[in-house]
Design a protein around this ligand. Structure first.
Ligand SMILES: [Zn+2]
Ligand SMILES: [Zn+2]
Length: 363
């Protein structure tokens, strides 16, 4: 089969590799498409997670790796001991793996498992024609009625659903999403569907236009604390819950300044370096700062698929095209690294030879 294989920093090759066979307890998925995100881009520059040089404790992977953790497809082969799937049926997964025996796993908090791992980050993933996946993290997609392309968005939506839960939003609550690209777009939609009154902030007018389509009541074009607070005051919006999705110093400062006293702040964006927090303001405003990591497959994946299906057409502008495997570096990763990606989410279709439009709604 054809696959994108990561060999080292800036060395991602399209290769012919043996088609995998599902181990007992696994299924083989024929990949429909695989979305790429900032994590793939930063790993491309130099692997922080891919187990290239040492065997991974949970997955056992060691060596060159096929990335891709945002995929959906159809069951191609069923491993020994697996029930509940039929060949050819559409499936989704959150790609999340956990040990099942640590204290956090036993408490149901598998997203903070001591050995938390991801298909496509710690073992071969979906940037290939086929991927093998443990069956217990795979969900039948037919009940949700998603198109094959829309189903590919389930994993990033599940990340957003997990972040949403961590913030405990109430219906009608005033919520600010800081950073409307990537997960911020999915969060905006999920929060609006939850009945929150959402305002999205970003520097890009095109991202804000998408945020409005996804359910933001209003949007503000602002980045730093001063501009954001002024813009929010102008529209009379005082958020009691802020999702900080940018993972930047400016974003964190703006979030702490913008949130109402007594409010909650969920740090969604993963900072590349330690970020300074104005602890004095956190104290005097009695803020709660809440972390969120990855997702809990059992809870967040079905909810994500359910949410996507509520308005599939909304995703057309988020992920308008799917590119061939051969274009992944030039048309996918490099534009993302240079901050000039033309779309919020880019899909990679291992079967297409030319960039094609996506189809988010069922024909
Ligand atoms: Zn991702
Ligand atoms: Zn665990």
């Amino acid at each position: 089969m054809r696959a994108a294989v990561y060999h080292g920093a800036r060395d991602l090759r399209i290769e012919e590799v043996p088609r995998p066979r599902p181990a007992p307890g696994e299924v083989l998925v024929r990949v429909h498409a695989n979305g790429i995100c900032g994590t793939d881009a930063s790993e491309y520059l130099g692997a922080q997670m891919y187990p290239l040089h040492a065997r991974h404790g949970l997955t056992g992977h060691h060596g060159p790796m096929i990335p891709g953790h945002e995929f959906a497809g159809r069951i191609a082969e069923i491993g020994d001991g697996v029930d509940g799937f039929t060949e050819g049926e559409p499936v989704v997964t959150g790609s999340a793996l956990w040990c099942g025996v640590c204290r956090q796993c036993r408490a149901g908090r598998t997203s903070i498992c001591v050995q938390y791992a991801t298909v496509g980050l710690h073992r071969d993933g979906g940037l290939a024609e086929f991927v093998r996946v443990p069956a217990h993290i795979v969900f039948r997609a037919a009940p949700f009625g998603l198109s094959d392309d829309a189903a590919v968005l389930t994993q990033p939506m599940a990340i957003a659903v997990h972040a949403l839960r961590r913030g405990r939003p109430r219906a009608g609550e005033h919520v600010l999403v800081l950073g409307a690209g990537g997960i911020g777009a999915f969060l905006t939609f999920a929060l609006a569907q939850h009945g929150a009154h959402v305002v999205a902030a970003d520097l890009s007018e095109s991202r804000l236009a998408v945020a409005r389509r996804l359910g933001a009541s209003e949007t503000v074009r602002a980045g730093d604390a001063g501009a954001l607070s002024a813009a929010l005051a102008e529209i009379g919006f005082m958020p009691t819950l802020v999702y900080e999705v940018t993972g930047t110093d400016a974003g964190m400062a703006a979030a702490i300044a913008a949130v109402d006293a007594g409010g909650r702040l969920v740090t969604v964006g993963i900072a590349k370096h330690p970020i300074e927090v104005d602890a004095r303001r956190v104290t005097t405003k009695e803020l709660e700062i809440v972390g969120t990591n990855a997702l809990i497959g059992r809870d967040d994946v079905p909810e994500a698929a359910h949410l996507l299906a509520r308005d599939p057409a909304a995703w057309q502008d988020v992920a308008p095209v799917a590119i061939p495997l051969e274009r992944i570096v030039e048309d996918g990763i490099v534009p993302m690294l240079e901050g000039r990606a033309a779309q919020i989410k880019l899909l990679v279709d291992p079967w297409t030879r030319a960039t094609r439009p996506t189809a988010m709604t069922n024909p």
